[in-house]
Design a protein. Sequence first.
Length: 180
Amino acid sequence: MNDKIVNNTDKTYLRLLLDKAIELREDGRAKQDQDILKEARTLLLEMVATYPDHAEVNYQAGIAHDNSGLGKEAIPYYVKALEQGLAGPDLQRCLLGLGSTYRALGYYQEAVETLRRGVTEFPEHRGLQIFYSMALYNSKNYKQAMEIVLTNLMETTSDENLQYFKRGISYYADHLDETW
């Protein structure tokens, strides 16, 4: 069912179901309770069956699987949500979830591509940047990975010892292979 043809009653009902599923998923994640996470997944899978072409439903199903330690099963839901035009903060989180899942499963090229898209579309999102740097590291792009990590570190730290060396560390972030 396409979002454009879901009537207002369906949209209200769908929103209520999504909110309930998200609440369950967040509660299960916070408590690391697999029974609650399973309940959230079950609800979301029922929703996917009813609303297979709804981007947010697929995205939430992906997260629920990921939160349950079922990364491989999460991938198709994330991919489908992206294909269906997920946008905004959900798109940020979906790209991060999919990219980090690819990386954790050893699909490094897919991780780099997904996370590169994330940092391109959301350049200020530090979580995407750090996961991108890990994927770069895994794909043996050590220099670029270190540049991203050092830049993020120096832009966010308040540690006095690091701040004292900020200019030097920031310079070295872009010149790691240079010697004098």
